[in-house]
Design a protein around this ligand. Structure first.
Ligand code: FAD
Length: 284
C-alpha cells in the first residue's frame, strides 16, 4: 500500500441523472444536503440504467451551478469520435476539469458499431484531443471485470489505461478488503502508483444489492449475505447492520492507506451521511 499512502485522501460522491421530475427534485435535495459535507468532487454517471447523454449534461450543469467540482462519466462503446469530441467540448465550455473515462456496456441485443472498443482508447483520445485539460479517472476492478479472460489480462488492461494517461482510478465496489489490498500490490509490482480510490456501496437493500452485484461481478461474501437475509422484512435492522458493515469496511480501508473513498450515493442522503459521520470525516 506504500504507493497509496503517498496521496492526499480524497472523498467524492457519485450521482445518477434522474429520469422523472420527482427524481430531479429528490436529487437536488440530496445534492444540497451532501454538498454540506464538503466532498472533493461529485461525479455523474452516463448511460447507466438507460440514462441519456442529455440527462448527464443537465445534471452536470446543476451540480456545477451549486458550486461543486463535477466529473461527468463518459463511456465510449457504441459512440463515435465526433460525438465524444462534441461532448468533451461541451464540458470544456461548462468549465469541467475532471472526467471519469469508461468503456461502458452495449445495451443487450445491440451490436457494437462505434469507434472505440476499450477505455484505454478513450483515455488516449481524450489526451490527444484535449491535452492535460482533464484530470482523468478510470475504473478499476479489485475482484476483476466479469468479461476479463483472466486476472492477469485484466491487470494488464488496467495498466494500459494508466499508460494511456489516466491520473487516478475509482474501484468497483467490493466487500472483501483483501481483494483491494492484493490488487494494489499487483499494481505496485507493475509500477502503477496513481491513487486507486475504493468505491463504497452503502448496504441498505439486499435485493437491489444482489441484482447489481450479479451484473457487475462484485461478490457479496457468504457470511454477509446470510446475515442480511436473516433480517427478512425488517428493513430498519437490515439497514442499520448494512451501514455498520460498510462503515467498518471504509474504516479499515482508510487505516490500511487507501487514498480516500468514492461513495455510490444512489441519489440518497442518509446512507452516505451516516457513514461519513461515523468515520468522522471533515470538509475537503
Ligand atoms: P475497460 O477498461 O475497457 O475494460 C472492459 C473489459 O475489457 C475488461 O474485461 C478488460 O480486461 C478488457 N479490456 C480492456 N482493455 C482491453 C484491450 N485493450 N484489449 C483487450 N481487452 C481489454 N457504466 C456506465 O454505463 N456508465 C457509468 O457512468 C459507469 N460508471 C462507472 C464508474 C465506476 C467507478 C466503475 C467501476 C464502473 C462504471 N460503469 C459505468 C461500469 C463500466 O462501464 C463497466 O464495468 C464496463 O463493462 C467496463 O468499463 P471499463 O471502462 O472498466 O472498461
Amino acid at each position: 500500500m506504500e504507493s497509496q499512502k503517498l496521496h492526499a485522501k480524497q472523498f467524492s460522491f457519485e450521482f445518477f441523472p434522474p429520469k422523472t421530475k420527482e427524481g430531479a427534485a429528490k436529487l437536488h435535495a440530496t445534492r444540497d444536503e451532501l454538498a454540506k459535507l464538503g466532498p472533493k468532487y461529485v461525479s455523474v454517471t452516463f448511460g447507466a440504467g438507460g440514462s441519456t447523454q442529455e440527462g448527464t449534461v443537465e445534471t452536470v450543469r446543476a451540480m456545477l451551478a451549486a458550486g461543486l467540482d463535477t466529473a461527468p462519466h463518459l463511456s465510449c462503446i457504441g459512440s463515435t469520435q465526433e460525438a465524444i469530441l462534441d461532448l468533451l467540448n461541451t464540458y470544456i465550455e461548462l468549465g469541467v476539469k475532471r472526467i471519469v473515462a469508461l468503456r461502458g456496456d452495449m445495451p443487450s441485443g445491440m451490436r457494437e458499431t462505434g469507434t472505440f472498443h476499450y477505455a484505454n482508447e478513450l483515455v488516449e483520445f481524450i489526451r490527444a484531443e484535449t491535452g492535460d485539460h482533464f484530470h482523468i479517472e478510470v475504473a478499476a476492478y479489485p475482484e476483476f471485470h466479469p468479461q476479463a479472460p483472466s486476472a492477469e489480462a485484466d491487470l494488464d488492461n488496467f495498466v494500459r489505461k494508466v499508460t494511456a494517461g489516466a491520473d487516478a482510478a475509482i474501484t468497483q465496489y467490493f466487500y472483501n478488503i483483501d481483494a483491494y489490498l492484493r490488487f494494489i500490490e499487483e499494481c505496485e509490482k507493475r509500477g502503477i502508483d496513481i491513487p486507486i480510490v475504493p468505491g463504497i456501496m452503502p448496504i441498505t437493500n439486499i435485493k437491489q444489492l444482489a441484482r447489481f452485484s450479479a451484473m457487475c461481478g462484485a461478490e457479496i461474501p457468504r457470511w454477509l449475505l446470510w446475515r442480511l437475509e436473516a433480517y427478512g422484512d425488517d428493513m430498519r435492522s437490515l439497514r442499520a447492520f448494512g451501514l455498520d458493515v460498510t462503515t467498518e469496511l471504509s474504516k479499515r480501508l482508510l487505516e490500511a492507506g487507501a487514498p480516500g473513498l468514492h461513495f455510490y450515493t444512489m441519489n440518497q442522503v442518509e446512507p452516505t451521511r451516516i457513514i461519513w459521520t461515523n468515520l468522522g470525516l471533515k470538509k475537503q
